[in-house]
Design a protein around this ligand. Sequence first.
Ligand code: AMP
Length: 462
Amino acid sequence: MKEYCGVFGIYNSPNAAYFTYLGLYALQHRGQESAGIAVTDGKRITYHRDFGLVSSVFSSEHLDRLTGHTAIGHNRYSTSGASDSPDNIQPIVVSYKHGQMAIAHNGNLVNALELREKLEEEGSIFRGTSDSEVIVHLIVKSRKKRFLEKLMDALSQLKGAYSLLVMTNKKLIAIRDPWGFRPLCMGELNGSPVFASETCAFDLIGAKYVRDVEPGEVVMIEKGEMKSFRIPGSESARRSQCIFEFVYFARPDSQIFGRSVYQVRKEFGRRLARENPVEADIVIPVPDSGVVPALGYSQESGIPFELGLIRNHYVGRTFIKPQQKMRDIGVKVKLNPVPGLLKGKRVVVIDDSIVRGTTSRKIVRMLREAGAKEVHMRISSPPTKWPCYFGIDTPTREQLIASSNTVDEICSYIEADSLGYLSLEGMIEAAKGSKCEFCTACFDGDYPIEVPDSIVEQAKKE
Ligand code: AMP
């Protein structure tokens, strides 16, 4: 199961569920399939979860019923679509010998299948198919005595990406895997600790960003006291923060991995302009992810920035795919060129990535139909050649156009006059912060953790 998600948590605050609702609203871009909130009043965990966007999952009646001072929430996107089981919706809430527990997980484990098999052989029963359930079972089954020890025991068996919030009736715990794949930020709201995948969630509720949860760190809050621990063995893990968060996934108004997404993304555009210059009349972005790098490209090259393509923001995943003969409607329902603006112009189009190549091809055709004289495609990341197994939704290697085609071949496929990508070195240089080391596996195949064949095969089937 490939998942990418957003998590939010707040400790000891009035209106905990309402703040979590707002936090999830700000993190909606990280998952649109389902949403959920679990809240505790210190004695009992209650929750509400369903398929759909945050706005449709929660009504004010739901929020009124979610009484308590500590809460966690989750937005989920998985590739398996609407047929996905409701049992996979998070937070997962369970009761076990020592009480109740809720967890919200962002990321993918590469040894989930292996761990699940072992647990099932030992008699564990799973409700859903998500990796996250494995974590709950490992905690509950640990033979250690205290909760923190059980948790550490479980975490030290996990391989892969996990930014995790765990809530019991007494504790809130925020955890980031030793590699640091996915972001997890810590903030403060009127003295209450808050956690979120991205800082844009803090901005909405008026919380102050304090710091990132460090790779390999477990931050536990109990009786109002915050303590920090290290996952055993985490020191030796190679720091591997996902660079694709900067390219596409995170919101530009967020700060992740200690850097402003906006600044990094704009620098990608500037470098792209230096590495791949072209004579043209206007620079236009493919909205939304191309907007910030296109600004960088325009400022660096001196070519004017225009909004040549307008996006309809209300097209969801439920859009009914048109039949073959109407297939071009597929991209037009989302993006439409501004009439008159492109006529006779030499256009540089900026997008963040080419995955299968179908979007770029349709965009180039659309721009030519709208009168563009030349269409030069520029991509603010290197060619995407390898699938992600750590929480970004990518197709199999066979479906990634850059895995088996040269830049020239891709250029002819998308029918552009020229095509240029940002270099790997340029991208890393632009994203670098004081402590940034990245996972760049989707571009160079250098996976920070060995990916078992079973996971590669499973991804092909999905
Ligand atoms: P494609 O038509 O398959 O080449 O898709 C390229 C488009 O998908 C680009 O406009 C990207 O902004 C967008 N994109 C890149 N990565 C992802 C992702 N993981 N999920 C959804 N869209 C993506």
